[in-house]
Design a protein around this ligand. Structure first.
Ligand code: NAD
Length: 495
């Protein structure tokens, strides 16, 4: 039984060490390496996590493949009932879950609560599956009918990043579990604690033992998941570099794979944009979760004369209170990486309008304040590469053609937005940008359920979205059944 996480403020609060959850038992991973789980606000260890080996992965797959034999016989509606009960428990414990996310990841409490709420929205999609997962049926010839049913794959796996420890697993679990599979989840080694609560919630909600399993670990564990012959499908969310590796390795082992990668999201701002709405929204997009989300604005493409909007963005950025409006960065190494990008852009000629490099809050922790870089050129790393921190690079262009060309020259394709009061401008940008999730006057255009989440180009490897109906289709396979019960008098080629 996982104990209650007692925090109700940002004060450093310890928690139990992470473990594996295999076949309904909490077990210690068998690897040699133990990593600290550090609260980024304080820079202090709140728990530890030992890495799993290939033999731990094998134990989880064995438990899952035994348990799935019964689970896949349950009617889909009964499997969905587990989601209803899990949703109730998540609502009951929402503050506790949010504080745990906040402590292990660093994001402020309001952001952590929004993460848990979005996770719950994904669970609600799982609750709704009995009403949307009916297959088609048609009489295809006289007395001959064809129907489609969605069969489980068997044992499947998910590998998730550090930035949404509660929500991203819930992009995968509702559809995979209600679809009749058993799941092996590999949380991020930086934030393994929320997964303990998640497993406990599903256990308390009546999920049979062995249907959800956790293996804590890092690269070695992931490689064992990709290679294991007992796993039919792998979903991954994380950086593009690792998404490509996991996609290639899983596919080489004959698995179905869907791997979401990193991002470099562009916000195109034109002179007719509403100043207040745009400035508020741009700042919220690039500073939310300290810029550590794959939907965060990273480049503001300033079209023509939008100096009045840039001034407002700068004013709002400078007015933010670190630690209250904006949380810490997850690791010291990430602070170094982010500051490196800022310094490099400055050396290459960018102007630092708001500088977050010297930021600190209290005695410890890992901090970067909101940072606004102006006059960034399209070829600079600050304009091209994922920084993953609260840094907005402003690239000035003369017209909409140049704005769209700049966005489309970037290999990523997660999100793109335009700020305008012109329907014509909005329509053109929405038609022409190379991104899978687009927004008009929205800085974080996350498709809410039931619209599926997933980018394009180097932001995703594999077909379809991870949430919504595509998610259900990813974790299931359609079986087509053709039946004839009546004696047929006439002759067709199906007789
Ligand atoms: P990451 O790629 O470093 O790690 C993701 C997972 O892969 C973790 O579980 C980690 O243990 C594992 N891993 C790390 N290195 C590995 C290796 N060499 N081989 C096999 N497995 C490995 O990503 P992160 O730093 O945890 O998360 C941040 C990244 O995730 C950013 O790039 C962000 O844009 C991306 N992200 C994308 C989405 C999306 O929907 N596209 C959502 C959230 C985060």
């Amino acid at each position: 039984m996982i104990p209650k996480f007692e925090a109700s403020s940002y004060e450093q609060t310890p928690f139990i060490d992470a473990r594996n959850w295999i076949g309904g038992e909490w077990v210690e991973p068998s690897g040699d390496r133990v990593l600290p789980v550090v609260n980024p606000r304080h820079g202090e260890t709140m728990a530890k996590v030992r890495m799993s080996t290939a033999s731990d992965v094998d134990a989880a797959v064995q438990a899952a493949s035994t348990a799935v034999e019964d689970w896949k016989q349950w009617p889909l509606r009964e499997r969905a009932h587990v989601m209803y009960r899990a949703r109730g428990l998540m609502m009951r414990d929402i503050d506790e879950l949010s504080w745990l996310v906040s402590h292990e990841n660093g994001k402020i409490f309001a952001e952590a609560k929004a993460e848990v709420e979005k996770g719950i929205e994904c669970v609600e999609y799982g609750c709704a599956l009995p009403n949307i997962a009916a297959g088609n049926q048609l009489e295809v010839s006289r007395g001959v009918s064809c129907e489609v049913v969605y069969a489980p794959l068997g044992v499947v796996a998910g590998i998730v990043p550090f930035n949404f420890p509660f929500m991203v697993p819930l992009w995968m679990l509702p559809q995979a579990l209600v679809g009749g599979n058993a799941f092996v989840l590999k949380p991020s080694e930086q934030v393994p604690l929320s997964s303990l609560k998640l497993a406990q919630i599903f256990e308390d909600a009546g999920l049979p033992k062995g249907i959800l399993n956790l293996v804590q670990g890092d690269r070695e564990t992931v490689e064992a998941l990709c290679d294991h012959p007992g796993i039919e499908a792998v979903a991954f969310v994380g950086s593009t570099r690792v998404a490509k590796l996991v996609y290639g390795r899983s596919a080489a082992a004959g698995k179905r794979a869907l791997c979401l990668g990193g991002a470099k999201n562009h916000l195109i701002v034109v002179p007719d944009a509403d100043v207040e709405l745009t400035a508020d929204n741009v700042v919220a997009s690039y500073t939310g979760c300290a810029g550590q989300r794959c939907m965060a604005a990273s480049v503001m493409v300033a079209v023509g004369d939008v100096q009045h909007i840039i001034d407002e963005v700068a004013k709002r950025s400078a007015a933010m209170t670190l630690g209250q409006d904006l949380g810490p960065i997850t690791t010291a190494a990430a602070v170094e990486r982010i500051n490196g990008y800022i310094t490099q852009a400055e050396q290459q000629g960018a102007k630092v309008l708001v500088d977050g490099r010297a930021a600190s809050v209290g005695k410890g922790g890992y901090w970067v304040g909101p940072t606004l870089l102006d006059h960034v050129k399209g070829e600079m790393p600050a304009a091209r590469e994922e920084i993953f921190g609260p840094v907005l690079s402003i690239v000035r262009v003369a017209n909409l053609d140049q704005a769209i060309a700049l966005e489309n020259a970037n290999p990523y394709g997660n999100a793109s937005s335009v700020y305008t009061t012109s329907g014509d401008v909005a329509r053109r940008v929405m038609n022409e940008v190379e991104a899978g999730m687009c927004g008009v006057n929205i800085g974080v255009p996350v498709p809410r359920e039931p619209f599926g989440f997933g980018g394009w180009n180097d932001s995703k490897f594999g077909h379809g979205n991870i949430t919504g109906w595509d998610g259900f289709r990813f974790w299931t396979r359609p079986r087509k059944i053709t039946s004839k019960w009546a004696l047929q008098k006439d002759a067709t080629w199906m007789s």
